[in-house]
Design a protein around this ligand. Structure first.
Ligand code: NAD
Ligand code: UGA
Length: 495
């Protein structure tokens, strides 16, 4: 018989912890869910009318549940003390310094959250990795929280990599608590931003990894019951911890690889007269390939694809598998190439110089329906345009102005905003962004930018001539827009 979960704590109130645990609370009114974070401003926003992140459907879920069985708090200790099950949903960015810098995941936040659990807990806890982590992280977490007894009993069953084994002396771990059991599970999250709520309501699968021991299987069954509040049992799959951890990195790598593959083909299309949308359509009809995730673009962005692939590259190198590392690294390199290639096309169409020209950038978020700009291709493009001495006017329906200044600032430079503002401005709407511009560059696929929504005749009238549109997202009907007079340049279509 396994434990029935009555109280959940989620450490990390970010893009994953917030929506995921709000949905868990919404679907399980009998479970108390407390989402905690050290960032007081973020928690205050979760408790206000203006949630810290924009996701379609999120407001309704939070507002219907908050104060009933869903709580947001900065009191991490109280959250841990009360919970039977704790999600660790903190950030795992790419390391910028030290061993593995530029590739490895920085597990400092996971470690400090885990140490906190070990230090504060006064009863048994199921600790769940929700963050995306390198394969075998659960072992380190287990080491941090393990009791000497549990450690000795289970050592043989979970350690296959002898390099990673804790030394004997470290069994005297300060955090060890002889009477408390911690079970570590892996439960990676597959939601995509912009569709987080529907991805959570109707997941393709829920993945739970555990040790193949009685305690491990029992903890997995407790977590499975939570998801069974709304997900069919046959969609909740269980497997060993390491397979579960690696499956998350693998899924993101395979998805990103599809985009780099289609983007690599888009370059061939532009050079030959083939049309990338037609090629995607033709290939996607093969049921073995499938139609999704084959949209050519100016490049993929988001906080995870690049980070997780680099993480996989680092893992491969650490395992002395250089050919595997090179293979995956190429997915990121192709993405960088696509952004550079698209910029070069803009420059060459604009008569080989951007100096003094005005470029309207439509969209700054990394994809539509989110205000998130992490690793957005728009940041790279705007920086390239700045290097070419262009004036840039940016419009995005959801991105805050202060975020744009932060994203464009050189890392480490304290306040560059005034310098950046000499070249970059933020427009209140697309019409203002395009007024007097030489070119529009569509960086994000917001529906708002379609010719069925925007008045492109009005925009054309306000622009310098010849007026160019560079569609980096294949969202425009190029024929209709060129009939207005625009010179339309589309990614993956010949010039
Ligand atoms: P985020 O930066 O939005 O949120 C993380 C939060 O954790 C921050 O608010 C931070 O203040 C908090 N935090 C860090 N250390 C803490 C500590 N010790 N105690 C309390 N709070 C702490 O990150 P995110 O986008 O939610 O991503 C979280 C994890 O989920 C990452 O590993 C990411 O790879 C993974 N993931 C993200 C997505 C996505 O769409 N963003 C999807 C699937 C998986
Ligand atoms: C991605 C995965 O889709 C999620 O399953 C995963 O949970 C998440 O990463 C994560 O681990 O963080 P996300 O980055 O939020 O989700 O958004 P995606 O829809 O995957 O888009 C990523 C980028 O690829 C965007 O810039 C998007 O515009 C681009 N993209 C996507 C394309 O260029 N072409 C496509 O066909 C699809």
């Amino acid at each position: 018989p396994h434990v029935t979960i009555k109280s959940i704590c989620c450490i990390g109130a970010g893009y994953v912890g917030g929506p995921t645990c709000a949905v868990i609370a919404h679907k399980n009114p009998h479970i108390k869910v407390t989402i905690v974070d050290l960032n007081a401003a973020r928690i205050a926003a979760w408790n206000s009318d203006e949630l810290p992140i924009y996701e379609p459907g999120l407001d309704e879920v939070v507002k219907s549940t908050r104060g009933k069985n869903l709580f947001f708090s900065t009191d991490v200790d109280a959250g841990i003390l009360e919970a039977d099950l704790i999600f660790v949903s903190v950030n795992t960015p790419t390391k910028i310094k030290g061993i593995g810098a530029g590739f490895a995941a920085d597990l400092g936040y996971v470690e400090s959250a885990t140490r906190k659990i070990a230090e504060v807990a006064k009863s048994d806890k199921i600790v769940v990795e929700k963050s995306t982590v390198p394969c075998r992280t659960a072992q380190s977490m287990r080491y941090i929280v393990s009791t000497p007894n549990l450690f000795l009993t289970h050592l043989g069953s979970f350690s296959t990599n002898t390099d990673a084994l804790p030394t004997r002396g470290s069994q005297l771990e300060a955090n060890a608590k002889p009477d408390i059991h911690f079970d570590i599970l892996s439960n990676p999250e597959f939601l995509a931003e912009g569709t987080a709520i529907s991805d959570l309501f109707y997941p393709d699968r829920v993945l739970i990894g555990s040790l193949d021991t009685e305690r491990g299987r029992s903890a997995a069954a407790s977590l499975a019951d939570v998801y069974a509040g709304w997900v069919a049992r046959d969609q909740i799959i269980t497997m060993n911890l390491w397979s579960s951890e690696l499956s998350k990195l693998a899924a993101n790598a395979l998805l990103a690889q599809r985009i780099s593959s289609i983007n690599a083909l888009s370059a061939i299309c532009e050079a030959t007269g083939a049309d990338i949308d037609e090629v995607s359509y033709a290939c996607g009809l093969d049921t073995r390939i499938g139609p999704k995730f084959l949209k050519a673009s100016v490049g993929f962005g988001g906080s995870c694809f690049q980070k997780d692939i680099l993480n996989l590259v680092y893992l491969s190198e650490s395992l002395h598998l250089p050919e595997v590392a090179t293979y995956w690294k190429q997915v990121v390199e192709m993405n960088e190439y696509q952004k550079r290639r698209f910029t070069n096309r803009v420059i060459s169409c604009l008569f080989n110089t951007l100096t003094g020209k005005k470029i309207a950038v439509f969209g700054f978020a990394f994809k539509k329906d989110t205000g998130d700009t992490r690793e957005s291709p728009a940041i790279t493009l705007v920086n390239y345009f700045r290097e070419e001495k262009a004036y840039i006017s940016i419009y995005d329906p959801k991105v805050e102005e202060s975020q744009v200044w932060m994203d464009l600032a050189e890392p480490g430079v304290v306040d560059e905003t005034e310098v950046i503002k000499k070249q970059v401005s933020i427009a209140a709407d697309p019409y203002e962004a395009a007024a007097g511009a030489d070119a529009i560059v569509i960086c994000t696929e917001w529906n708002d930018f379609r010719e069925t929504v925007l008045d492109y005749e009005r925009i054309y009238a306000s622009m310098k001539k010849p007026a160019f549109i560079f569609d980096g997202r294949l969202i425009l009907d190029a024929k209709k827009v060129s009939e207005i007079g625009f010179k339309v340049e589309t990614i993956g279509r010949p010039r």
